[in-house]
Design a protein around this ligand. Structure first.
Ligand SMILES: C[S@@+](CC[C@H](N)C(=O)[O-])C[C@H]1O[C@@H](n2cnc3c(N)ncnc32)[C@H](O)[C@@H]1O
Length: 303
């Protein structure tokens, strides 16, 4: 099990007064109105606590339980695909800079488990807020780099249609190679900047879900990702263990995109790097045509 703070740590999110406790298994009681943070509470789940869950449900709160499944939960074909992905990544990494990680075990821990850990938050948030099924999601991975988390999500969720959006030519060459090498028919690679794709009528507001990992801070990510998400869809940013200040700074940018901050979920990556968070935003209305701004502007002048 990865390392967790020994005591539960409350987070405060600006005027919303969000109380959220980080723990490996947690429940979130969330009311069905927009002032979520007043009531966002999570706590360690034990068998004895289950009665309390039922009680909370009866009081009208939605209750979610989450634990990540990780590599071991994949079937043998998927495991084989992950191994082939890692082999290709390490081979191409000798010729181009794809990752600082050099060992297979480290790629597995640092990248694969981390990517797998956001699947459950995506599924449960989508089911609670966006649609009746999370089986056939149309998802974009913004700034996919070496295919993280997008390739791993596409392997683990073959019903999802995954677009890997990456601006660097060389990385796209690797992505195209690895997608064909693994035989992933549910993936397309798009070489483009997020700012441009967000203004392209063929892609703007066309995705159920946007995800991003290790691309930029939340203020910038909101402008890259949310214009691509359909009204009623979600944006999920994979972050480290302590994102609350960054998220607080990004609240305005998220709102300008027509979205709101739904949850900060602690996820238990099976990696030794420990507890991670999934920042989940729900898009409530279309994004103003002003956004995203010209390529480079979101990073130079974050909202
Ligand atoms: C540090 S890498 C992270 C890659 C991957 N998501 C991961 O978790 O390992 C960031 C990637 O985002 C891409 N990127 C940065 N800004 C972008 C933009 N505006 N549009 C598209 N891709 C972008 C970069 O080219 C780079 O490959």
């Amino acid at each position: 099990m990865s390392s967790y703070p020994s005591s539960l740590s409350p987070l405060t999110l600006g005027h919303h007064h969000c109380t959220l406790f980080c723990c490996p298994f947690f429940i979130i009681h969330q009311p069905h109105h927009h002032d979520h943070f007043k009531h966002l509470i999570s706590s360690t789940l034990t068998e004895e606590d289950e009665d309390d869950d039922v009680e909370a449900d009866e009081q009208g709160a939605s209750t979610k339980f989450f634990s990540s499944s990780g590599f071991e939960a994949l079937n043998s074909r998927q495991k084989e695909q992950v191994h082939r992905y890692i082999d290709s990544l390490l081979e191409w990494n000798q010729r181009m800079n794809l990752t600082a990680v050099k060992e297979e075990s480290e790629v597995m821990e640092r990248h694969v488990e981390d990517s797998l850990s956001i699947i459950e938050p995506i599924r449960t948030s989508y089911l609670s807020h966006c649609g009746p099924s999370s089986e056939n999601l149309n998802l974009v991975d913004v700034g996919s780099g070496a295919g993280l988390p997008g390739v791993i999500l596409a392997i683990a969720s073959p019903g999802w249609k995954v677009t890997l959006l990456e601006s660097m030519n060389k990385r796209c060459s690797f992505l195209e190679h690895v997608v064909s090498e693994i035989g992933l028919s549910n993936v397309q690679v798009k070489r483009e900047r997020a700012e441009k794709l967000g203004q392209d009528v063929n892609f703007r507001e066309s995705f159920d879900v946007a995800v991003a990992r290790a691309v930029a801070e939340m203020r910038i990510l909101a402008e890259y990702c949310l214009p691509l998400v359909r009204t009623g869809g979600i944006f999920v940013a994979a972050k480290g263990h302590d994102p609350q200040e960054e998220v607080q700074r990004a609240e305005r940018a998220i709102q300008l995109m027509g979205a709101s901050l739904l949850q900060i979920r602690c996820v238990d990556s099976h990696s030794k790097h420990g507890q991670r968070t999934a920042i989940i935003c729900l898009k409530g209305k279309p994004t103003s045509k002003k956004y995203p701004r010209d390529p480079g502007t979101p990073a130079k002048d974050p909202l």
